[in-house]
Design a protein around this ligand. Structure first.
Ligand SMILES: Cc1cc2nc3c(=O)[nH]c(=O)nc-3n(C[C@H](O)[C@H](O)[C@H](O)COP(=O)(O)O)c2cc1C
Length: 349
């Protein structure tokens, strides 16, 4: 029997979860780049780490930390269970959360519930998600609004992932109309738009073009964390001779951030640093470089997959403890101060 588009989308989402839980899906030979940034711990800290205040606002809501769990899943029973766990954690920590691509639910209304988390997390900033590939194939503001309304989201993230689509057997190989589609959507949609990659990074030219559109936020999704070319390579038996060099191609998260910081600041576009930002230490470095928020995906999936909500709670608590301790040892007690001091700290390097 031929699989329908929606059942194909649904089983692809399950493949992704399984591969991310059980296989090596990271970049090899390329890191997030943050090890290049040396920061020095003072002995004479003026603050207790517990005093450090990481609260900020995201999508006009107060959040306790500048941390976002990036969109991952939905569209299958596993996805529903996972989204509900993430929502519980994000509500507990009061941080932002994205769901994975809602294409499956737009195509098959029975799957809508696998994305809904407002009953669990009524107050957090919540981000809907669709791929640019769907817009290129005919979606417009109607489906975009549907995705937002479906989950009571505060914004829509549109992911652009040409490299992943090129390697994916069933992928959409022509993304040449991506920019035009974003321009149209920006004009037609009232809700904030976040543009994100999925882990190959951002060139300076990309950053320039996208920040000029005055979207709400740009997620640099740099290389050094989850490697989507590798994930699709595992799924697609037809491309087994692809080179390792190609499969590990990307701009590190640090370099992607550097490509975007000034441009985003000038246009008042918020900047999200994601792509292997998997410890509090690197999160602080991302903020020092000019990110407004950090986003993370794989460690959240893995901690929930291996040890459930308790393990994820431990992971995030440790991540935050690390961020606070690092900031205390840089003599910074809140994010406003960090923004003021960041150039001085980086100049010392
Ligand atoms: C299991 C899984 C599924 C994902 N699915 C989506 C998706 O549907 N839409 C999207 O924009 N990004 C998706 N991503 C990409 C993440 O949002 C993120 O951009 C990327 O994994 C880099 O972050 P990381 O290195 O912390 O994992 C997914 C990531 C994972 C691990």
């Amino acid at each position: 029997m031929k699989q329908t588009d929606s059942s194909l989308t649904s089983s692809r989402k399950d493949d992704h979860i399984l591969l991310c839980l059980e296989s090596d899906v990271q970049y090899s030979g390329i890191t997030n780049g943050f090890d290049d940034i040396i920061i020095e711990p003072t002995l004479l800290t003026q603050f207790s780490s517990e005093e450090v205040d990481l609260s900020t606002t995201f999508l006009s809501k107060e959040v306790n930390y500048p941390i976002i769990v990036s969109g991952m899943t939905g569209g299958s029973e596993n996805g529903r269970v996972f989204n509900e766990s993430v929502a519980r954690i994000c509500s507990e920590f009061n941080i932002g959360m994205g769901v994975g691509s809602q294409r499956a639910a737009i195509e098959e209304p029975k799957l809508v519930d696998t994305y809904k988390v407002r009953h669990i997390a009524p107050n957090i900033p919540l981000i809907a998600n669709l791929g640019i590939a769907q817009f290129i194939q005919g979606y417009d503001h109607v489906q975009a609004q549907k995705a937002i309304t479906m989950i009571g989201a505060d914004a829509l993230a549109i992911h652009i992932n040409p490299l992943q689509e090129f390697v994916q057997g069933e992928g959409d190989k022509n993304q040449s109309k991506a920019l035009k589609k974003i321009v149209d959507l920006k004009q037609e949609l009232d809700s904030p738009i976040i543009i994100k990659g999925v882990g190959t990074g951002l060139t300076k030219e990309d950053a320039k073009t996208l920040t000029q559109l005055k979207i709400y936020a740009l997620d640099v999704a740099g290389a050094g964390g989850t490697n989507w070319s590798r994930i699709e390579y595992y799924r697609n038996k037809e491309v087994k001779y692809l080179s390792d060099k190609f499969l590990n191609w990307g701009i590190s998260t640090k370099n992607s951030l550097l490509n975007a910081v000034e441009l985003a600041e000038n246009k008042s576009v918020k900047l999200i640093a994601s792509g292997g930002v998997w410890c509090g230490f690197d999160a602080v470095k991302a903020l020092l470089l000019g990110a407004d928020y950090v986003g993370l995906a794989l460690p959240i999936l893995r901690s929930i997959g291996k040890g459930g909500i308790d393990d994820c709670r431990k992971f995030l608590s440790t991540y935050i403890l690390e961020m606070k301790a690092v900031l205390a040892m840089l003599n910074i007690s809140n994010l406003e101060e960090l923004k003021k001091e960041r150039h001085k700290i980086l100049d010392k390097i």
